[in-house]
Design a protein around this ligand. Structure first.
Ligand code: ZN
Ligand code: ZN
Length: 143
């Protein structure tokens, strides 16, 4: 699905910032931080527009954010954009404490927590911290 099709599906206007962010997230192999996106957009980057755009895209369920720690927020595309099925966006994220990489582990689902009556879930952020496969390999090679 192209960024234009994603916005059409969610009845959103195709603004240059929305298209630029979606295009970039789509080609990035891993979730990206604001800084990564800023670098990519260069002069067309504007902080207020960026946050407004991220907010809109999150509310529509096109992207999600991963809060790995207080200083590390990354954004990634949802892979359920075609089905309009926001439930399967809940997957585990992995944060490598050595190289700082954040990965979406779409094959590892977050368990549905049974909340007390009257509570309504908005997002569920499960981040596993440790060494990614590459850093773990390097680590054992060094020993
Ligand atoms: Zn790593
Ligand atoms: Zn993810």
């Amino acid at each position: 699905m192209t960024p234009v099709e994603m916005l059409t599906l969610h009845h959103l206007r195709k603004t240059p910032t929305r298209l630029a962010i979606l295009k970039y997230l789509q080609t990035a192999p891993f979730p990206q931080s604001e800084n990564d996106i800023h670098k990519k957009m260069q002069d067309s980057y504007d902080r207020i527009t960026f946050y407004r755009t991220i907010q809109t895209l999150m509310e529509s369920g096109i992207i999600h954010r991963i809060v790995a720690d207080n200083t590390t927020v990354r954004y990634a595309l949802n892979h359920c954009t075609s089905a309009l099925n926001e439930q399967d966006a809940d997957h585990v994220h992995f944060f490598c404490t050595k190289c700082g990489k954040v990965e979406c582990m779409e094959e590892v689902a977050v368990q549905p927590y049974q909340l007390p009556d009257g509570y309504k879930k908005e997002e569920c952020n499960v981040v596993v911290k440790g060494l990614c496969n590459e850093c773990a390999k390097k680590n054992s090679a060094e020993k």
